[in-house]
Design a protein around this ligand. Sequence first.
Ligand SMILES: [Zn+2]
Length: 349
Amino acid sequence: MQIISRAQWGAKAWNGTPNAVPLAKRTEFFVHHDGDAPIVRTGYAIMRAIEATHLNQGWAGVGYNFVVDQSGAVYEGRGWGLQGAHCPDHNISGIGVQIAIGGGQTPSAAALAACRALYEEACKRTGRTLAKRGHRDGFATECPGTKLYAWVKAGMPAGNYKPAPEPGGNTGGGSGTETARYQVVINGLSYGYGAKGAHVTQVGQALESRGFGQHYTSGPGPVWTDVDTENYADYQRSLGLTGKDADGVPGEDSLKELLGTLPGNSAPKPAPPFPGRDKFGAGKNNASITMLGQQLVRKGYGDAYTSGPGPKWSEADRKNVQAFQRAQGWTGSDADGLPGPKTWSLLFA
Ligand SMILES: [Zn+2]
């Protein structure tokens, strides 16, 4: 399975040295949530926020062995081989995984499937069937919340798991059908489960503004999840589409109707020439910086911008470039946040 490494998401150096734990000592698998507040971050920012909290507590770094987000991405914390800090008395025997939701958010099917896959991988690596536990099984805590705990107690089913209805709530009419998980390419851009980019956020925002955002618990983001599919299906049904035409994966006509125009360009433009290292860095102010920032956002590396991007070089520019560089697996001066010709050509590729 694919795990986004500490280097990729931009972890800080360990504060101290976490103890190594041999796989032979692992006997249980703990599921956690984030706490009482809903998670609104996406992508690497989720890990950086957890890291900041845990470092503040004086810990070595992220205390979970792994974190799974709502898009189903898996991030490395302590990993397979280091002692975690997630459940007292169970940090050696237990592998701790946080599903990055909080405040009653509903775990996505993608998150549950990824957590289950991690569990399977953990059993495979240890050569035994690990006990399935929620944090509250080892410690007096609400964690991992009622929804995740029910899922753990149900045996961590992967695929098409529908959480039990809230007590006293609408029992709903679950269709029992799988949410469509495939992608289409329209005008050179991908849509559907797993598709990524600013154009995905754009679709989500358009759905929301048209009143089809009811399945979002944390707002639209740049990664297409089952929730985007469900909202898009609602929108398709409002157009009178049925069956496969209303499965939540865009067709060209419904997309054009939603956005007014089709984003993207079927003819890929060649990368613009690298403007030179002297265009970037503290004190610089030019159109190449705006162009860089816009491309970072397009590629999903705009987390550090609170405004802009604009022509004046900022620490947010540097952080976003660095996140992109680290995502290439680069470290040290190769990931200093200042673009060189290689960063530029990969970014605009
Ligand atoms: Zn917990």
